[in-house]
Design a protein around this ligand. Structure first.
Ligand SMILES: Cc1cc2nc3c(=O)[nH]c(=O)nc-3n(C[C@H](O)[C@H](O)[C@H](O)COP(=O)(O)OP(=O)(O)OC[C@H]3O[C@@H](n4cnc5c(N)ncnc54)[C@H](O)[C@@H]3O)c2cc1C
Length: 425
């Protein structure tokens, strides 16, 4: 589509985006480029929430959902094992139960196969989509083509990857199994006694400053006349002439269309419009060791046996972990991530003298089937949903933005988008 055609698609119609995380900012840019009058509304600063503290991976081979066959057996460990894959706060059990039941159901082999099929076009197109938006916003330098590496110390830990490797093979993901010498070549800063095997996805990307990418996308939109309003959205409702009304803590405005991109807080807005959704949050934590001035790692490195990732962010190495099922209001509990600090120092000896500079918690917006909600509301045709990206919100932000821009402009879907529709709940 030429520049002029793209602008004609927008035809100066107004679109509000609720939420200025990476999904909202990317969507703002994709719509502003097409000539829409974009308004982004967020009660916080652009990109300051969950989108600021992730591990930075654009994981193009992430076709494996969180719930996999055998998930039911691991649920007791969520409650009793403080160092397990996930932690469930007992006080939140009854609130999260409906989500958990759907999560268990999503782990059935047939469902997992379908979910992986639905993830494939999103993740495989994610890097290209980011590069396209980065070119529009001068952000290319923020996306590094360094791949995604996971390392394993024990044979049993590596053997546990068989299912994931099988799914990746089925979906044409480019990956390699590495021996210790190959891992040492990629990451010489790692303690060689901390791994024996690795799985490397060379096509994945890394953003070492996720908030800067979100800001760049929003700046790209602002240069194309997008506005930012710092207010709290209280209510969405169908407006006059097919438009949508937004009531905030300050005033009420009407737009031709609205995109809900409020991350883990999106459910209330869908409900106001008349759509139900199963959305909860898998909270995640990081601690930052601060900068040593030396590049200790070249890319994020996952340690699945310890359920954590070390990422070389712009301001130092981050130790990233989670999932915690405890909802949106409970105070953070940093004990689990703090307890992993000695492990981080042992696998990355360059951290030995580094003090912890920052502790952080974010709210992954998670559906039980690990698929985002991307699509038009069945209840109000000018409301669009772009949330529920869970563990993959950075990865999928740009492709989500492109899909939403295409839907708002009534263009044909580039592939089958039915797996992401809100009506599946
Ligand atoms: C520890 C951790 C590590 C992660 N690592 C990765 C990774 O390596 N790769 C990857 O792809 N993903 C990763 N993720 C997931 C990713 O960070 C999220 O999926 C993504 O940030 C979600 O983006 P979002 O824009 O949907 O939501 P958010 O960033 O949460 O943005 C939503 C916005 O909506 C605003 N909002 C909410 N309610 C209102 C209201 N009523 N009025 C106005 N504004 C409102 C909020 O203020 C917020 O700014 C990780 C997440 C965590 C927690």
């Amino acid at each position: 589509m030429s520049h002029t055609d793209a602008q004609a698609a927008g035809n100066n119609r107004s679109v509000a985006i609720v939420g200025a995380g990476v999904v909202g900012a990317a969507t703002a840019l994709a719509l502003a480029v097409q000539g829409y009058r974009v308004t982004v509304i967020d009660h916080g600063e652009v990109g300051a929430g969950t989108s600021s503290g992730n591990a930075g991976g654009i994981v193009t081979g992430a076709v494996t959902p969180t719930a996999t066959p055998g998930v039911l057996r691991s649920i007791p460990s969520y409650v009793f094992d403080r160092n397990g894959a996930a932690v469930l706060r007992p006080s939140y059990f009854f609130q999260v139960l409906p989500w958990l039941l759907r999560f268990i159901e999503a782990g059935r082999p047939a469902r997992v196969a379908g979910i992986a099929r639905a993830l494939e076009p999103l993740v495989s197109g994610s890097m290209q989509a980011h590069l396209a938006l980065a070119d529009l916003s001068g952000a290319r330098d923020l996306i590094r083509p360094v791949g995604w590496l996971k390392v394993y110390k024990s044979d049993a830990g590596f053997a546990d990857t068989a299912f994931e490797r099988e799914l990746m093979t089925r979906h044409g993901v480019n990956f390699a199994i590495l021996n210790a010498a190959e891992i040492a070549d990629l990451e010489p800063g790692l303690n060689a006694s901390s791994y024996t095997r690795g799985v490397f996805q060379p096509d994945s990307g890394f953003v070492n400053y996720p908030r800067a990418l979100t800001n760049a996308y929003f700046e790209g939109a602002r240069q194309r006349q997008a506005q930012y309003i710092q207010e709290s959205v209280l209510e969405l409702s169908p407006g006059q002439g097919g438009g949508v009304t937004i009531r905030t803590n300050r005033t009420t405005r009407q737009f031709d269309s609205v995109v809900v991109a409020a991350g883990a807080w999106s459910k209330q807005f869908a409900k106001q419009i008349g759509d139900s959704v199963c959305l909860d949050t898998e909270r995640g934590y990081h601690i930052s060791f601060g900068s040593t001035g030396n590049e200790l790692l070249r890319r994020p490195v996952g340690f699945p046996e310890k359920h954590c990732v070390l990422s070389p962010m712009h301001d130092g190495i981050s130790l990233v972990t989670g999932d915690e099922l405890a909802g949106l209001t409970a105070p953070p509990d940093y004990r689990r991530v703090r307890a992993l600090a000695p492990f981080a120092r042992s696998v990355l000896p360059g951290l030995a003298e580094q003090a912890i500079q920052r502790e952080w918690m974010g709210y992954r917006p998670s559906t039980p089937d690990s698929l985002p909600v991307i699509g038009r509301s069945p209840s109000c045709k000018n409301v669009f949903y772009a949330f529920g990206h869970g563990h993959l919100g950075l990865t999928l932000a740009a492709i989500t933005a492109q899909l939403i821009a295409s839907m708002v402009s009534d263009r044909p879907d580039p592939f089958d988008l039915s797996p992401y529709r809100i009506a599946r709940f």
